[in-house]
Write a protein that binds this ligand. Structure first.
Ligand SMILES: Cc1ncc(COP(=O)(O)O)c(C=O)c1O
Length: 442
């Protein structure tokens, strides 16, 4: 995963745009008689997202959720931006540590962990971890008795695209029993976490969840609780039903009400989708096509018939990028007339379907589709099923961003370890428009 060719960053200079980069890449592939799909990772987009975060949620420290997209350029950018990290397993902890992330900037945010993974966390100084059951507490008391525990509660996730509360989180009614058990086992519970579900469409879900967390703080059973973790669920694309700023406003209001600044509770979050969804574009090739007429397949196509349904087969699909029911597509080559189109992935599995009902201009074998907002839960879920290679990622950054950052970066690297969460730094950032985000480290 850390092979140098996967980490190469292309600096877009002389006014070159991402579209120019994509066009060139497609031409280059054509000249090699290849139609391999590829992703372009727009690192400027991630930097802008971070600036928006610092502005909209100044009290909340982001711990980026690796599971969402752990490609090297993404992780290195997040490290450069100075965020913490949410890891779900030994493998993710290993990856973060290997890139130089300090153990105290990691939360092991999985409530059902393997014993060997907990022991690995302890040996490597990763102490903060979540739990939601008595059995997990018992396991932790054997494997990492000095862990700093965060109780994950189940919250209303009914308005989210990916719901999580049926699998994770303690019900509020069980909290005092769980805390009592933690006390018996002489464990340290430092706070509460929740996740409203990924792709949350209702900002009020955050407000209710924060109120629920307050309830747990009030029970506390003698534990000194100092941490609130508001999880993930933040929108990752600009055309989503609710904007990041709208969600943030509700969160800030709820934090002020239930956890005012003078309560001295540290607030963190575990955003995944927010940082990466809009920064990736997938370029996939139409490798095959079928035309369906009136439920019957015909080899002869009736010219100009509007009743036909098109079936396109792309060379990246469900096994390459799941959750893309949300995706938006843009035809590179197109005619004006649009047809109902079914879009399939390349594998032999009939569930490898990307869209059932997408209206597109007619495409032809060899055309390329650019699929925006492809950065969340895509590359991290990729398999090589049916022998299709993993899709390559090309990270790009504009020369403007790169050069604006470089001098600030080298100065900071020499002088100090910047604490990117400090208020002073956030102000500095807003002024300079670009963070001390250590892109040099990339
Ligand atoms: C524990 C945990 N934290 C954070 C995330 C990231 O969520 P999102 O991508 O919606 O921000 C997930 C996603 O499944 C998760 O399970």
């Amino acid at each position: 995963i850390l092979s140098p060719e996967n980490c190469d960053i292309e600096i877009l200079d002389n006014g070159r745009t991402i579209n120019d980069f994509i066009d060139n890449k497609i031409q280059e592939l054509g000249s090699k008689d290849s139609e391999q799909p590829f992703y372009v990772a727009n690192l400027d987009d991630m930097v802008k997202k971070h600036l928006r975060w610092l502005t909209a949620l100044p009290r909340v420290k982001p711990f980026y959720a690796l599971k969402c997209n752990s490609s090297p350029a993404v992780l290195r950018t997040m490290i450069a931006l100075g965020t913490g990290f949410d890891c779900a397993s030994k493998g993710e902890i290993q990856l973060a540590l290997s890139l130089g992330v300090a153990p105290d900037k990691i939360i092991y945010a999985h409530t059902t962990k393997a014993r060997s993974h907990i022991k690995y966390a302890r040996t490597h100084g990763v102490n903060m971890m979540t739990f939601d059951s008595e059995d997990e507490l018992v396991k932790i008391s054997f494997c990492h008795p000095t862990a700093r525990l965060v109780l994950r509660i189940a919250v209303d996730d009914t308005c989210s695209v990916i719901r999580l509360s049926s699998k994770f989180g303690a019900r509020l009614g069980t909290v005092d029993k769980l805390l009592g058990r933690a006390r018996e086992l002489d464990l340290d519970v430092i706070g509460v976490s929740f996740h409203v579900g990924s792709g949350c469409t209702e900002s009020s879900a955050f407000k209710q969840a924060i109120a629920d967390a307050r309830h747990v703080f009030d029970i506390a059973l003698g534990f000194q609780m100092t941490l609130l973790d508001i999880g993930g669920g933040f929108p990752g694309r600009n055309d989503f039903k609710v904007t990041f700023e709208e969600v943030s406003e509700v969160i800030n209001g709820a934090l002020d009400e239930y956890f005012p600044s003078d309560s001295e509770v540290e607030i963190i979050a575990e955003p995944g989708r927010y940082y990466v969804e809009s920064s990736f574009t997938l370029a996939a090739n139409v490798i095959a096509k079928r035309v369906i007429l009136d439920d019957t397949e015909h080899s002869e196509i009736v010219e100009n018939s509007r009743d036909r349904t098109m079936m396109y087969y792309l060379n990246d699909g469900l096994y390459g990028f799941i959750f893309q029911c949300l995706c938006s597509m843009q035809a590179v080559k197109s005619s004006e007339q649009k047809y109902q189109s079914i879009i399939w992935g390349p594998t032999c599995d009939s569930t490898d379907k990307l869209s059932d009902d997408y209206w597109l201009p007619e495409l032809h074998v060899g055309d390329w589709l650019l699929i925006d907002n492809s950065g969340a839960y895509t590359v991290s879920l990729c398999t090589e099923y049916c022998g299709f290679e993993r899709t390559r990622i090309y990270p790009v950054v504009t020369a403007e961003t790169w050069h604006q950052c470089a001098p600030i970066v080298s100065k900071r690297v020499k002088s100090t370890n910047c604490d990117c969460f400090s208020t002073e730094c956030s102000k500095d950032l807003a002024k300079k428009d670009l963070h001390c985000m250590l892109l040099m480290k990339l």
